[in-house]
Design a protein around this ligand. Sequence first.
Ligand code: NAG
Ligand code: NAG
Ligand code: NAG
Ligand code: NAG
Ligand code: NAG
Length: 621
Amino acid sequence: MRCYWRLLVCTTLLTGPAVASPLDARESPSIQEIPLPALTLPAQQPNFNGFDLTSALPPASILSAVPVPLPASCSGYLGAPGTNSECLTTTGMSALSIQFEDCGTPFVVCRCADAQMSMDVALDRFSRVPVGLRRYASTIAVMATQTEANAFLKCTYAFQLTHAYDFSGTTSYASATSAWLDALSTDSCVPDAYSQTNAVEDFAQTGVLNVYMLIFGGNLPPGFQTACMSNQLAYVNSLPLFNTETLFGNTCDIVNSGPPARFAHYPGYKATHRQQLVASLSSFSPFRSYCPGLGTPMAGSIFSTFLLHLSILGISSVLAHLDHRTAVTESSSLGPQLTLQPQAPSFAFDLTNALPPASSSLTPLSSLPPACSDSVGPTNECTATMSATAITYEDCGDPFVVCRCADANMTMDTIVDRLGRVPVGLRRFVANVVVSSAPLSGSHAYTNLTTGDIHMFGDTTMDVWIHEVPPFDTTPSASQGWAEALQQDTCVPDNYSQTNRVEDFAQLSVIKIYALLHSGNLPPGFNSTCMQNQLTFMDGLSLYNATQLFGNTCAIRGKAGRSARHTKPPAVLDASRVFQTVPLDPTATAGAALMRSSGVSTTITAGGWLVATCVFILFWA
Ligand SMILES: *[C@@H]1O[C@H](CO)[C@@H](O)[C@H](O)[C@H]1NC(C)=O
Ligand SMILES: *[C@@H]1O[C@H](CO)[C@@H](O)[C@H](O)[C@H]1NC(C)=O
Ligand SMILES: *[C@@H]1O[C@H](CO)[C@@H](O)[C@H](O)[C@H]1NC(C)=O
Ligand SMILES: *[C@@H]1O[C@H](CO)[C@@H](O)[C@H](O)[C@H]1NC(C)=O
Ligand SMILES: *[C@@H]1O[C@H](CO)[C@@H](O)[C@H](O)[C@H]1NC(C)=O
């Protein structure tokens, strides 16, 4: 029953009375009684908190935003104080008519004045919903929630819009077809606990996972497996809705065999609303950038996290930076977000010139190793052809394999140069290097911690290269010593370090290498005092023994090197290749853009964002 409320109210919010759906709660309150049984299939995961699609989805530009009188679909939610209304008449509600670049028909977005989500945030999130899904919405209402932040939220546009799509046929719903019910009776699991609610909610949740898979080269979010829900995925994926060309296309004018979009209800749509085609959105290039460990699971929340992980960090710049270096693991158990204050928003210094290059010889390989061929394909990291090259550096007898996608932003020369400058004591841990382009997102990278393969996209700077090369065997970031250092310190280097203890360790590693090269000086703008315990912990690791780290051979003895992948000494040891410090670059005064300590941690900020996406929560909670 409660679930019904949630479903019905959300559907109502998204569609409004414009569509005479038999499920419109306002018109047919008795609909709550429709018996939709709960599903008994086990859930794979408690929720969708472990992944985020925001930065993977490009926002659509807004061509115009014009205030309009409140449509009835919104004013219906206004009510006098003391009533059970979602928006009080004394507070008021405003409406904008929004014209996105990819659709000739404007959308109406209403916002109650006390909604925790600003209009800007609402529009940004809405604009990121793929146009093939967005076109099924008509009116969006943004309201405040009166319940405490943690209990709700996590209602997502894409999730709700999958419902909008589902209910867009007036008589047949995608989730009510016999094919969907067959899929449910054949499979042995559903995505998450919320999917167990009923066939309708499960359909919407599976739709979210399918969008994820389309974007991330067929991969499910970390922690999810295909096998036990393959029939559900196959059914959802077979729907015309999920044709990537139209779903992520540049126009809402999509003709397919699916149900009509809401817009089709507007007279004259076809003839009078010409779409503004935008070339840059016409081909959507999927890329991968998981953010495991990001995001604090919301206590009591059973809703899917889709776009709104964005809420964790606010929008735009932070996310662009997150894309920079994202470790990928099989699980998202990298620990909670850190609450220590960042010293700077990001790293603005460049280590390239401080690190000596290593000379090399290159041999083209006739075939791609699996780590590389697995990354090629029309919906994969590399959509062009890929070639593999073995690179033998002067300081190591074992070659490194670099696979470069033909359209990668970094040239082979750049890749060879940057990899060669990664200190040999770290470089020896790298397995394969897979380099692709970053057409829509900023440069970013991730490491598969299982294999040691690093994947680079766009033009990744030297600090990203260093960050992505973790010492695999001793897992210092999981040690008690590191946990204690984090407890004793009061800051971490930058915003990204807050992600979790693993990412913080990798960022500290970059700082440490800077300090070793610059006679103990930290990058401009950084102060060691508040992170002294972290730095001291690193001093104790043999990994950061400068003689070895910046030495002339990858054949380094000691247990820290047990799982190094490149350990054969070079044919000729260059005795002159020894560790040398470099003078501080006097021009690099703005190494770290200093940031005032606000006393507001990201987590707390998140609480602010994590509010009021959908009104239905009022009923749910
Ligand atoms: C970094 O985080 C702080 C809050 O800790 C925030 O105020 C700031 O905008 C963030 N900066 C960037 C560039 O992400
Ligand atoms: C890491 O590599 C292994 C082996 O190729 C693969 O099975 C796994 O899916 C990869 N993990 C991620 C998150 O890409
Ligand atoms: C990579 O190259 C593509 C075009 O080849 C370009 O659109 C994109 O902006 C470049 N990305 C970066 C990070 O330089
Ligand atoms: C670092 O911070 C400490 C404590 O706030 C302060 O005493 C010290 O002067 C700072 N050092 C530098 C180099 O700014
Ligand atoms: C660093 O490594 C070198 C070479 O293996 C060794 O001689 C030296 O003792 C090490 N230094 C420390 C502080 O362990």
